[in-house]
Design a protein around this ligand. Structure first.
Ligand code: FAD
Ligand code: UDP
Length: 370
């Protein structure tokens, strides 16, 4: 007999399992259909002994003191600014676009934020309030930079014209007037010192928590006794797709280990135009691991089929409308709590998922509010 059945051992499920067990002394069964904990943040050592993120690069960053303090109970950190370059016109240039991007691309010599702003003013397109991902970018940096840095990458990643994609997607990438080359400017950034999987092991290491892997909840929901359920899988699957399937993007990862210390100069290089892949990640830059070998991972984006892992909800109006039908069903079920990137159908980062799980614990479970 369990107090809670939690479906999914990613950040959403693990945070709630940990809080329920250690704060409220509840008995929790957490199940995942994969053969490991950690959800999409899972990392592991490959056959060459290199630590890789199995489901693509997970660069932790947050401004939320609470989230950082909470996670720091279970890990120390490798503090590290995430740096991403993009391959445009045969050169590696900074993304987010900054002063060096403009100077490098156009052979200019801008040297102050005022001059960079003046440049943006001369190229940006007045669209009013940006209504989609294309307008979001051209209203800041104009059409040429949009075509070179955003259009091709976005088409590869989403297979949707940026005109049809929510403005929030490209709004994730800021525009800079200075030389700051960090991908994120958050107060805390880095990766867990012993890896994400170790962080999850420490969160879930509690006598009240039972973990069942390679277990689809649908196969045991009738045979296990529990009071309440927390569901962090795809919301449409929970309701057997009664309103139609929500679309998700999946990814194909091509991992390659090479007999050299480093393959590229940076942890991540984006390829907006040439090649079918979107980006190449080289893990050792972030993990600081020492080895005479290196592993790189190329990422290809595809529409998720039923057999594939679902990684990204697709932020566009029609999908949001369909999601709202499932959300209404979800709200009518009093003994099931839905949360997470797939259950909320929201393009959350890890820190947002942790913050949401902590808020659900406070507001919906303990009833103690903020
Ligand atoms: P998930 O991690 O998806 O966990 C849900 C779990 O539920 C899965 O393990 C799944 O197997 C399980 N499940 C589903 N259905 C069932 C079922 N029927 N029965 C049993 N188990 C089930 N965030 C950042 O902050 N920084 C980054 O750099 C970053 N990079 C990312 C890169 C990629 C390629 C992707 C895909 C995501 C990235 N994210 C990043 C986002 C981050 O992965 C998510 O915010 C976070 O992992 C979501 O946690 P979750 O628990 O909601 O979902
Ligand atoms: N993007 C782009 N070019 C880039 C980086 C990002 O066009 O070099 C756009 C693209 O639409 C992408 C979105 O911005 O899907 C968000 O980028 P982010 O790096 O946050 O993607 P994630 O790491 O979540 O896949």
């Amino acid at each position: 007999m369990f107090d809670y059945l939690i479906v999914g051992a990613g950040f959403s499920g693990a945070v709630l399992a940990e809080r329920l067990a250690s704060v409220l002394n509840k008995k929790v069964l957490i199940v995942d259909k994969r053969n490991h904990i950690g959800g999409n943040a899972y990392d592991c050592y490959n056959e060459s002994g290199i630590l890789i993120h199995k489901y693509g690069p997970h660069w932790f960053h947050t401004n939320d003191d609470n989230v950082f303090r909470y996670l720091s109970q279970f890990t120390e950190w490798i503090y590290h600014y995430h740096i991403v370059k993009t391959f445009v016109d045969g050169r590696l240039l900074p993304i987010p676009i900054n002063m060096d991007t403009i100077n490098g691309l156009y052979g200019m010599n801008l040297s102050s934020p005022e001059e960079v702003n003046k440049f943006y003013d001369s190229v940006k397109v007045n669209v009013g309030v940006p209504k989609n991902s294309e307008e979001m970018v051209i209203s800041q940096v104009g059409v040429d930079l949009y075509n070179k840095f955003f259009r091709g990458y976005t088409l590869k990643q989403w297979e949707i014209d940026p005109k049809d994609l929510a403005a929030s997607v490209t709004a994730r990438i800021p525009t800079r007037t200075n030389r700051d080359e960090r991908y994120f400017t958050d107060k805390y950034q880095g990766i867990p010192k012993q890896g994400y999987t170790n962080l999850f092991q420490r969160m879930l290491n509690h006598k009240n928590i039972t973990i069942a892997l390679q277990t689809d909840y649908k196969g045991l929901v009738d045979s296990v006794k529990f009071d309440k359920m927390i569901y962090t899988g795809p919301i449409d699957s929970f309701f057997d797709n009664v309103h139609g399937k929500l679309p998700y993007r999946s990814l194909i990862f091509e991992h390659e280990t090479l007999p050299m210390e480093y393959y590229q100069g940076y942890q991540q290089v984006n390829y907006p135009n040439e090649f079918d892949f979107t980006r190449i990640v080289e893990w050792k830059h972030a993990t600081k691991q020492k080895s005479h070998l290196t592993t790189i991972t190329r990422e290809y984006s595809v529409l998720a089929t039923d057999e594939m892992e679902k990684y990204y909800p697709i932020p566009m109006e029609s999908n949001h409308e369909l999601f709202k039908k499932y959300q209404a069903e979800a709200e009518s079920l009093k003994s099931v709590i839905f949360c997470g990137r797939l259950a909320d159908y929201k393009y959350y980062n890890m820190d947002q998922v942790v913050a949401r799980a902590l808020a659900i614990f406070r507001n919906k479970i303990t009833g103690k509010g903020e």
